[in-house]
Design a protein. Sequence first.
Length: 349
Amino acid sequence: MAIVGLIASALGIALGLAINWFPVQGSKQADKIDTLWNVLIICSVPVFVLVTTVVLFAARDFRMRPGEEHLDGPPIHGNTKLEVIWTAIPAIMLVSLCTYAYLVLHDIEKAPAAGSERNIAVHGQQFTWTFDYNEGGKKFSSAQLYVPVGESVHFNVTTKDVLHDFWVPAWRMKIDAVPGLTTHYRVTPTKLTPTDGYPVVCAELCGLGHAFMRQTAHVLSKPKFDAWVAKMTKPAATAPAATAPAAGGAAPAVDAKKLFSEGNQQTGATACGACHKLADAGTAGGVGPDLDTVLKGKDEAFIRQSILQPDAEVAQGFSKGIMPATYAKLLSKPEVDALVKYLEEVAAK
Ligand code: HEC
Ligand SMILES: [Cu+2]
């Protein structure tokens, strides 16, 4: 039994360590977490193997044989020495592993020197994430996550509705977004993202669109990140002028493409692009219908109704109640008009 247990443990540990469980290690925190995982494998595989081996041997050697159906087993008092051993060993293992895990947690949560960290507010809502930045006093939000490589980021996570869970697997860290609370974690991204970025995932079942609550994290070099911030803050600087009536008295122009891909941060209207694919606006959301295909041949009235009363007519293969029914409130009339016109034009292309 001991030999079988030893061989099976060795094989199990080798297999456990050989399997590539995780995506690329994209953060300073990832290495320590992966090591902890490997240590847990090394400790838990022999326990599993030991218990299984004993059960299998006992089932083979002590099983009931024909003619023994009515026999009771021999009366056994127990074995104090054995009981002390099988209580003490797991207790020592558990306490050691908890201590080690606590030390790792303490280490990966350590704050860097004051002032050298960027705060990003993460908001979960059915079924999308938004990220609020404050870069040198300039505030803006984005439907996609951008961070510079090598700098610590402190995420402050909230939810506008139900429980969600903010997770970027490549960074390993993960935390629930809980109604009424702000939760936190920090990571220092160490690797630039591949061109398609790292997935941002919701890891808490939050409703019908949960599986599609996915966005992208982009880790950029510092100059590229600064350029992105400059791009994001530029329209904000011209926004007050755009909302005031233009000198000639003409209606203010709404940038429908921007509205589609970024939403309206002032009113909290979610970006359409978080859920819809539309090549012209460069969005790739997969929660709702692919607007590049479904809008072909659709008229203005249909598009307008789809935005203002999404549940009036539900696209085939999709469920009611996923597309927010709040746009009638959160978008102004010129914004809705501009969006409808924009989508009509894109559809006609
Ligand atoms: C949270 C995800 C989400 C957001 C944000 C969202 N939609 Fe939708 N949208 C959906 C889903 C899901 C459907 C399909 C169900 C339905 O018809 O209500 C849909 C349906 C539509 C349809 C109808 C498509 C068809 O073939 O019937 C249009 C048009 C549309 N959305 C446009 C928009 C526009 C414009 C915005 C931004 C103002 C937007 N959506 C924001 C999820 C979303
Ligand atoms: Cu969610």
